[in-house]
Design a protein around this ligand. Structure first.
Ligand SMILES: CC(C)(COP(=O)(O)OP(=O)(O)OC[C@H]1O[C@@H](n2cnc3c(N)ncnc32)[C@H](O)[C@@H]1OP(=O)(O)O)[C@@H](O)C(=O)NCCC(=O)NCCS
Length: 172
């Protein structure tokens, strides 16, 4: 695999539970893992009109980020000391529509069900934040479905504040 886009967070982290979690940039071999877990990330708490599974657009995009390693985004994998994949996060730089300034954005965090509740999600969000900081970005945003209370609690505990509701109405 090519050299990582960044060595952000590549040092092992110790979660609250005491387990060692290694964070590394995703490689081509991680694509099936990320695509499978992405389905869960997209579905958790999603309203019925978003329950269509990942689109071909999304899976193409995951492959693009991992294979091309564009400088403005990164996909990070959390794994245990034995190399078992535990979760992933995807961070990128976006430009705020209103203020027209760049900011970090965490486009997804997913932990495999059997690894939940041991601090993996916390370490992943912190690694994504660290990557954003390294890019010189002064703030970080993310989207969370209103019904996804577990994720919401995690983000609040890590210092995220509610900003706005996005509302939607079907027209067909
Ligand atoms: C949301 C998600 C990423 C959280 O990952 P996680 O690894 O379970 O996160 P953490 O372990 O860091 O924290 C989650 C909870 O475990 C608790 N926890 C963390 N370490 C713990 C430990 N050692 N012992 C007991 N509980 C622990 C945390 O206090 C937290 O509790 P809470 O639910 O009451 O807030 C994960 O549940 C997931 O992938 N969900 C499905 C996809 C999803 O919803 N993604 C987010 C989209 S916005």
């Amino acid at each position: 695999m090519d050299a990582p886009a960044s060595d952000s967070g590549s040092a092992p982290a110790r979660a609250e539970s005491g387990i060692d979690i290694r964070i590394r940039p995703a490689t081509r071999a991680d694509i099936p893992f990320v695509e499978e877990l992405y389905e869960r990330v997209e579905a958790t708490g999603a309203p019925h009109w978003r329950q269509n599974g990942p689109s071909p657009y999304t899976t193409d995009w995951i492959e693009h980020v991992i294979e091309k390693q564009p400088a403005d985004q990164i996909l990070l994998i959390a794994e245990d000391p034995g190399g078992k994949r535990l979760g992933y996060t995807w961070a990128l730089s976006l430009t705020d529509f209103d203020a027209n300034v760049p900011h970090g954005h965490i486009a997804g965090v997913g932990v495999r069900p059997e690894a939940e509740g041991r601090g993996v999600g916390t370490v992943l969000v912190q690694a994504a934040e660290e990557w954003c900081r390294e890019q010189g970005l002064a703030e970080v945003t993310l989207h969370c479905y209103i019904a996804n209370q577990r994720a919401h609690r995690l983000y609040e505990r890590l210092g995220f504040e509610d900003e706005w509701f996005q509302m939607r109405k079907g027209l067909t």
